[in-house]
Write a protein that binds this ligand. Structure first.
Ligand code: GAR
Length: 205
């Protein structure tokens, strides 16, 4: 039986992409990472993809802005190129540290619920960028007791949408920001695999 094809979107180091690659190799995840997409040409995650013979697609918003085109043009071309490169619609798109907000028009070009996102915070808390830093500051001000990680369905509202899996991450009084980042990333590397597996399972029902 052919494995479902997934596409992973990244913008940076790609440690979560690596967790997915490792899980496909160990058999913990039954799918093929058929394409890695980055909006940043220098993203280290692209090297991880190349080292594992996974095709890549790099597309920057700057190229579009320089030509007087819009974010919407970018999103639509990006979706079209993903489908063209794969020669099919992917079973799942996993946003693993992709720091570009995709529009409703992008999401509509893929089957319902087939785009999921990893976010380093609990549902409804610290939407958007620098979520770990903001949680750390909130803890120091006594505003929160813990933070967390979630994998959720993508909707046009940033970091919202039905939660597939979430986990609380404790914060210790003695933590530095680096301590908290490390603890969050450790949880992420497990949750991204779990969330992807669950989303694929639900898509097959
Ligand atoms: C991860 O911490 C991910 O949760 C975060 O970017 C990092 C990417 O790390 N994403 C967001 O903040 C999305 N709102 P990685 O490139 O090493 O996988």
């Amino acid at each position: 039986m052919t494995k479902p094809k997934i596409v992973v979107f990244i913008s940076g180091s790609g440690t979560n992409l690596q967790a997915l690659i490792d899980a496909t190799k160990s058999g913990d995840l039954e799918c093929e990472i058929a394409l890695v997409v980055s909006n940043k040409p220098g993203a280290y995650g692209l090297k991880r993809a190349e080292q594992n013979n996974i095709p890549t697609l790099v597309k920057t918003l700057k190229q579009y802005k320089d030509q007087g085109k819009t974010r919407l043009d970018y999103d639509i071309d990006l979706a079209t190129e993903v489908i063209e490169k794969l020669e099919c619609t992917p079973s799942l798109i996993v946003l693993a540290g992709f720091m570009h907000i995709l529009s409703a028009d992008f999401l509509q070009l893929f089957p319902k619920d087939s785009v999921i996102n990893l976010h380093p915070a609990l549902p409804g808390a610290f939407d958007g960028a620098k979520a770990i830093e903001r949680a750390f500051e909130a803890f120091q001000k006594g505003e929160i007791e813990h933070t967390g990680v979630m994998v959720h369905r993508c909707i046009p509202e940033v970091d919202r949408g039905t939660v597939i899996v979430k986990q609380i991450c404790p914060i210790e009084k003695t933590d530095t920001l680096t301590d908290l980042e490390e603890r969050i990333h450790k949880i992420e590397h497990e949750l991204i695999v779990q969330g992807t597996g669950l989303a694929l399972m639900m898509a097959n029902k």
